[in-house]
Design a protein around this ligand. Structure first.
Ligand SMILES: [Zn+2]
Length: 402
């Protein structure tokens, strides 16, 4: 593998200075109760769409939605498995025209789980509870707005255009980003790469890890990210082009992608994912990293695309038992990392916590999600088994009753 960017140039890149107060204010607005959890097809979502559109307009960006507006409409069926009433949602799309040949897409989903959890809440009784989704994904939207501000006010004409997109319907299965890639506002052949931010608001103050997925989708990513990693912000890489967020839709169109993620936490997909828990200065560091990355690549030719291994989908198999955890798709942990724990389910009752790494179930060793899926097939309802997890530096044995 050859390194196509020049390290001397990378070192010369000035530190960007993202305003964390502005980032936090945007998150507060987006994750306010009045938006009722921004469920796709809801009033709260329309309210949010209007907010994003007016922010783009104020920056003087070009509308790239339907008929001269910022909004690109798509239809879907409401309900947990798309079995409900027909509904409509909008992607919000804005273009910064630098008169360049190629375009960088910067995106994040703005929808979340509404006031009932849409069937994917990890709360035991999600009905009538507003899921504000401050980290998931008001943080990403605030990131898009901040980068849009940066690039439209920095008085530099980059060698790439920028397309800023806030997607809807992500929580229902990447609906907005799929629709966009089928109805793109710019030629997909001219898209240099796509940056996705989904959950960038909870940078851990002690580990300072940012997880970047998609690093196998172009030869440039790994050496460049290695170079940009610092003790302030330690980059953990995962090569896969697919994962449970919108960059997947672009990878499937042969576009190099990166997904930025500050890691999961116990508020993931729960009504408690609120703005008070956001680490805004941590998010500012992630945004500065993205600005530096774009700046290094700005003098380089359009990136080459590489296909990567694809991760198996955990959603399809059916089992007699479940643990009630959200497995992680990121990282090679030599075990299965737990990203979230459902209240009142066997895993939570046994004491499994977010961040645990499952290494053994019964007598079966667990080294990845495939092993975990296989193991689940072996147990019956009512059965009690020992489950070993790695937590910080120790191994804890828990007793799980299915
Ligand atoms: Zn999300």
């Amino acid at each position: 593998m050859t390194c196509v960017f020049s390290v001397t140039h990378a070192q010369a890149v000035p530190q960007a200075q993202t305003d964390s107060v502005r980032v936090l204010n945007d998150i507060k607005w987006l994750a306010d109760d009045r938006n009722e959890g921004r469920a796709a097809g809801s009033e709260g979502e329309q309210n949010t769409a209007a907010f994003i559109s007016s922010a783009f307009k104020k920056l003087g960006l070009q509308p790239k939605g339907d008929k001269g507006t910022f909004q690109q409409k798509f239809s879907f069926n409401k309900g947990v498995h798309g079995e409900g009433k027909p509904a409509e949602s909008n992607n919000i799309i804005a273009f910064l025209d630098n008169k360049a040949v190629n375009t960088i897409i910067v995106g994040a989903h703005y929808d979340h789980l509404g006031n009932d959890g849409q069937g994917s809440s990890l709360d035991a009784n999600p009905e009538n509870k507003i899921h504000n989704g401050a980290d998931d994904n008001a943080s990403g939207v605030a990131g898009v707005l901040e980068l849009a501000r940066h690039y439209s006010t920095n008085k530099t004409r980059e060698n790439n255009n920028f397309l800023f997109i806030c997607f809807s319907g992500e929580e229902l299965g990447l609906l907005g980003s799929k629709y966009f890639t089928e109805h793109p506002a710019v030629e997909l052949e001219k898209v240099n790469y796509m940056i996705n931010m989904d959950m960038v608001g909870r940078l851990d103050r002690s580990t300072r890890n940012v997880f970047v997925t998609g690093t196998g989708t172009s030869p440039v990513w790994q050496p460049l990210l290695q170079h940009l990693s610092s003790p302030e912000l330690i980059i953990k890489m995962d090569s896969s082009g697919t994962g449970p967020s919108d960059h997947t839709s672009f990878y499937l169109k042969d576009i190099p992608v990166l997904h930025f993620f500050t890691g999961s936490h116990s508020d993931y997909h729960k009504p408690s994912d609120d703005w008070e828990k956001i680490n805004a200065s941590g998010e500012a560091k992630v945004l500065d990293l993205i600005i530096r990355l774009n700046s290094v690549l700005d003098s380089e030719p359009k990136l080459a695309f590489l296909k990567t291994r694809t991760k198996s989908s955990a959603g399809r198999a059916s089992f007699k038992v479940t643990l009630g955890i959200m497995p992680s798709y990121a990282g090679n942990e030599n075990g299965l990392k737990v990203d979230g724990v459902s209240d009142g389910r066997p895993g939570q009752k046994a004491g499994i916590q977010s961040g645990d790494i499952i290494i053994e179930m019964g007598t079966l060793k667990i080294s990845d999600i495939e092993d975990y899926m296989k193991a689940l097939g072996q147990f019956d309802k009512g059965q009690t088994i020992p489950v070993k997890v790695r937590r910080s530096n120790e191994v804890v044995t828990l007793s799980v009753t299915f």
